[in-house]
Design a protein around this ligand. Structure first.
Ligand SMILES: *[C@@H]1O[C@H](CO)[C@@H](O)[C@H](O)[C@H]1NC(C)=O
Ligand SMILES: *[C@@H]1O[C@H](CO)[C@@H](O)[C@H](O)[C@H]1NC(C)=O
Ligand SMILES: *[C@@H]1O[C@H](CO)[C@@H](O)[C@H](O)[C@H]1NC(C)=O
Ligand SMILES: *[C@@H]1O[C@H](CO)[C@@H](O)[C@H](O)[C@H]1NC(C)=O
Length: 337
């Protein structure tokens, strides 16, 4: 009798181990997004540049695993790790709304390699006007491709809206960069190397609030912890926008603030004097090394869902919430991008 029970239990556990439960929520990130560690793991996986090298078959296989799983069909022998790996591969290549395969260089996995090339070149070729214009233009063209790739499925941007954004973003970026270059014509060579970084910081401080001025004026939706909408708050908008500006500048800083010191030192050495063309690849490599770590860690810095205490909201809104939802102490909102 005892042996039989043991055998039954053994079989039961075997079956449980083989057949993966269909209740794993693969719509959400794998790791707890309320902790820094969970967010860092999530973003390291999302920005993993190795995903651009995946073959078509690998993408199709992940596509099949995920579409099957969503229908409640589990491929036999699929482990939880394999399921999550398929989910991240699927998300890296297919658009969340339209399901179409995304343009390669617009994907999250291409962000680090593209950024490191653009940033590295921007920091090597910052001295002449044509080079500055060209790299700003390349950067904005890349942004436009990312915007296009990532356009939302339900409210698609029109070509003319995308075109307008592209032209104004490029004009703004070129003007800022040339303006700063003119202002810093006579600073020391070491300082000169920080001009691209200053341009990025300045541009973020100006562009993001400008782009989101509607939210600063009218507020952004706030909810309680169960996603019940409580109203719109401009205080929350201010916090959201400051967090985005800070994390953007922090994200750019390791890649743009460390290499200038090293390059300034290296370019005095015999090797780079002999092979000056090596400057750009070395700079790109240094920036890339910094970005591989900085991009996901800075994305993880603040949770996408930010929160603040009710007592820091606008007084009228506080009153309204206290009346309609007594007991709510913190409100939540999406910080945006
Ligand atoms: C695209 O948008 C999603 C959600 O809006 C965001 O999480 C992701 O970072 C964006 N991807 C890129 C490449 O900007
Ligand atoms: C490229 O453009 C984006 C958007 O304007 C900006 O956030 C980023 O810092 C730029 N990159 C560099 C290296 O200037
Ligand atoms: C990308 O999209 C953002 C937000 O929609 C916009 O502000 C920005 O100017 C766009 N960039 C380009 C180069 O089109
Ligand atoms: C990387 O590229 C994205 C999209 O163009 C941009 O938002 C981000 O600021 C860039 N990061 C750096 C460090 O330049």
């Amino acid at each position: 009798m005892e042996t039989l029970t043991k055998i039954l239990f053994f079989l039961f556990y075997q079956i449980m181990a083989v057949e993966l439960s269909t209740s794993i929520n693969i719509k959400e990130p794998r790791w707890d997004q309320s902790t820094f560690e969970g967010r860092a793991k999530h973003f390291f996986t999302v920005t993993d540049p190795r995903n651009i090298l995946l073959s078509n078959e690998q993408l199709e296989s992940a596509h099949k695993i995920i579409t099957d799983y969503r229908k409640g069909v589990v491929s036999p022998g699929l482990s939880e790790d394999e399921l999550w790996r398929a989910k991240y591969i699927f998300d890296s290549a297919f658009h969340p709304d339209t399901g179409e395969k995304m343009i390669l260089i617009g994907r999250m996995s291409a962000q680090v390699p593209m950024n490191m090339t653009i940033t590295g070149c921007m920091m090597t070729f910052y001295k002449t006007t044509p080079a500055v214009v060209m790299w700003q233009w390349i950067n904005q063209s890349f942004n436009a491709i990312v915007n296009y790739t990532n356009r939302s499925g339900d409210a698609p941007l029109t070509v003319s809206q995308l075109g307008t954004a592209y032209v104004s973003a490029t004009t703004g970026a070129v003007a800022t960069a040339l303006g700063l270059n003119a202002l810093t014509k006579h600073v020391s060579p070491l300082f000169g190397r920080f001009v691209p970084f200053a341009a990025v910081a300045a541009a973020n401080c100006i562009n993001i609030p400008l782009m989101r001025q509607r939210e600063l004026k009218h507020g952004i939706p706030i909810t309680d912890e169960n996603d019940n909408r409580l109203g719109e708050s401009t205080q929350a908008a201010q916090q959201a926008i400051s967090q985005v500006v800070v994390s953007r500048i922090l994200m750019a800083s390791p890649g743009m603030a460390i290499p200038p010191f090293l390059m300034n030192h290296l370019e005095k050495k015999a090797f780079l004097r002999k092979f000056p063309w090596m400057s750009a690849p070395i700079q790109v490599g240094l920036v890339g090394f910094c970005l591989v770590f900085a991009t996901p860690l800075c994305c993880a810095l603040f949770p996408q869902k930010s929160s603040m205490s009710v007592s820091r909201l606008e007084p009228e809104l506080q009153e309204k919430i206290r009346a309609s939802h007594p007991g709510v102490e913190r409100v939540f909102f999406n910080k945006g991008l």
